[in-house]
Design a protein around this ligand. Structure first.
Ligand SMILES: [Zn+2]
Length: 289
């Protein structure tokens, strides 16, 4: 009998580290997002107000899980408030709607600076010579489970949902991308048959962006996406959520691939942009002298 008790206690001790976090998560998910936190989503993420009720509900649930599982650390003297955490979580979780995936399973910490921060960067020069350097950054995504953000730019990105720039969407797209092994512009797509179309369409539009960036032609996407395939995926994600009409018009096949991947159509909660202003008629002056 005593032996059985010992076996039972040992089994419990082994299982507890696995059972306890799940129990805590279930308990956290059973509670709705507090009203003050939803007010932050309403106030700071303008598109939230226009989303269908069912997606709002999903987003609130994802935010609860995100806030429960991830740690926020303020840097350079910043104290991370609930408002900051909810504003970041709300935008990050937009990328997870309608998807069966977990909530950024590899991510554990979000570091938040008050504004742009300086990161150490090694520059690889001709002949492979590595020179240490410093670079000013709005955000960074690391595949060791960290995302670094500038709060000033988080707030600016959340406030303007039409300019195609959003540092949270950008950095969390990198997180999704790195879930497939390494960030290379090909996130985990589920069905292996999907990769051929994804690769063909993204490569073509990436090459097109590189060409247009090289000749300084007008682009729907930020030319920064021409840096490499990983940046292209992150920038295209920003464009998909912030300029869906323009992307669907100018990059229809790419938009179709992103519709399949993100499983939402942001046009559902956004109005089409106003038509471009007609060219100004030359003003003629009647000089009376
Ligand atoms: Zn990036």
């Amino acid at each position: 009998m005593e032996a059985l008790i010992w076996i039972g206690l040992t089994a419990l001790a082994i299982a507890l580290p696995f059972i306890y976090p799940r129990w805590r998560l279930r308990r956290a998910l059973a509670r709705p997002l507090p009203a003050e936190a939803e007010a932050v989503l309403q106030r700071n993420i303008s598109v939230y107000r226009h989303m269908p009720a069912e997606l709002q509900q999903q987003l609130r649930q994802l935010v609860v899980q995100f806030l429960h599982q991830k740690k926020f650390i303020g840097c350079a003297g910043l104290e991370v408030t609930d408002e900051m955490a909810v504003t970041i979580a709300g935008q990050a979780c937009l990328l997870l709607l309608n998807r069966p995936s977990k909530v950024y399973p590899a991510l554990h910490t979000i570091l938040v600076y008050p504004s742009e921060f300086v990161a150490q960067r090694a520059e690889v020069g001709p002949g492979g010579v590595i020179t240490p350097g410093r670079q000013s950054m709005l955000g960074e995504s690391w595949d060791d489970g960290r995302v670094v953000l500038s709060w000033e730019d988080v707030r600016r990105g959340a406030g303007d949902w039409t300019d195609g720039h959003n540092v949270v969407l950008h950095e969390f797209a990198h997180q999704l991308d790195s879930e497939s092994g390494r960030a290379n512009g090909a996130p985990y797509l589920g069905d292996p048959a999907s990769y051929a179309d994804w690769s063909e369409v993204l490569s073509r539009h990436y090459d097109n962006l590189r060409m247009r960036a090289m000749y300084r032609m007008e682009t729907v996407m930020d030319p920064y996406g021409a840096t490499n395939p990983a940046e292209f995926f992150a920038v295209a994600t920003e464009t998909f959520f912030e300029k869906p009409y323009q992307m669907a018009e100018h990059h229809a096949e790419l938009y179709a691939e992103f519709l399949k991947y993100y499983r939402v159509d942001p046009r559902q909660w956004m109005s089409p942009p106003p038509p471009p202003a007609p060219p100004q008629q030359p003003v003629s002056f009647a000089y009376g002298w």
